[in-house]
Design a protein around this ligand. Sequence first.
Ligand code: CA
Ligand code: CA
Length: 471
Amino acid sequence: MNAKRTGLTCLLLGLVLTLAAAPKVYYVAPDGKDTNKGTIDSPLATFNKVQEFVEPGDTVYFRGGTYRVRQDQYARYAATDNIMRRYTSHTGWVIVNDVSKSGAENNRIHYFAYPGEKPVFDLQDIKPPFGEVQTLAKVIVFHVRASWIHFKGLEIIGTQVTDYRSASQSECFRNEGSHNIYEQLSMHDGMALGFFLTTGSYNLVLNCDAYRNHDTVSANGRGGNTDGFGFHGDQGSIHNVIRGCRAWWNSDDGYDCINNAETVIIENCWAFYNGFASGTFNSAGDGTGFKMGGYGATPRLSSLPEFIPGNIVHHCLSYRNKINGFYANHHTLSGHQFYNNTAYRNNPNYCLLSQEILPGASNATDCDGFNHILRNNISLAYPGMQEVTRLGTCVNVNNTFTPGFVTASAEDFLNTIDDKQLEAPRKADGSLPDIEFMHLKKGSRLIDKGTYTGISYNGEGPDLGAFETNY
Ligand code: CA
Ligand code: CA
């Protein structure tokens, strides 16, 4: 090939690459129309329509205001497919937004709130049966089957449950893809779980809030499935992380990792007031802050994963949940890592209940904790409530409940009273608000008292608890 032809080939190749790499921007607005062009002056109306246009690298901006989703706007009804995987049940699903088109490696499709605006999706009218959906059905607001997707700044309210016949559940976000980012999402005042993962790897849930969610319809309204965040990945669902999130006043648990077959990392998250009817302290569902694993009360050995993972929870705060703050939830064989957490006013703050497999048995059975590792954790006592139960032979190092080590008292903290600080607005970048509640006071004996866990710290050593000081 001569130099001239080589130059032409390079030029053409460069042109193709340039065309392929040029990301486009689309707009969706509450007063948009799906017959519009998708520009800022001619916005579309729905996610399902804009998805037809997008390619990897593109950005969709949702303008502020309320999108009251109509019954004729849902994507599909899934009657018999297996999207529930291990969670089969007798009713199908109304998929409102079907996220089926993937981005590409390191070239995500972005579904973002328009900067400075707040798009709110109101699902109150999606109450099956309706229209072509002739049966009771559950609702998934965003069914994310795709990979390399980034959601940011979307708010979802009013998601319904209408199937009263059994313990049912609707979901705001269902993840079945990989390499997705869920950022600054707010899922509240509905009957659905906030976020629910059944499969997929390398997903990040970042700075999201799930609150005041309570299924008051199914199973006599106990709300026993309505968790803030659920991680229930199958074998091969690796490297999933949840960071900087809050779960409060969900009728079941804050964070639930039951039936999870791979390690999940939960870091810098808060759980409070879970297990109560929204806005009250009336008992509803289970009420654990961080439910870290387990496979049920007496699981058959044949139903357990081939390799049982331990999960990791560190620098998290669990406060005033109905029962456990941090809970091993009948986990078996392997152990979880509980590092630098703070628990107060749960009952108990930590429960390490495990399960053993006895010779000849076909089911695992409850026993005191073993193989869990607890380091640098704080338990602050509250009158009438237990601190740590079923500790068994777990590794218990540099915790306020480690025998002969320092103990925590209210005097160690800047504030143990004003729990409303936990609901404060997030910072502009989406990170958790700066508060004083349950933060250590200057001079506390719990500062620098921790053992190194591989995570950076200030001063002469890691502090105990969730919030490293910088005095
Ligand atoms: Ca739960
Ligand atoms: Ca320190």
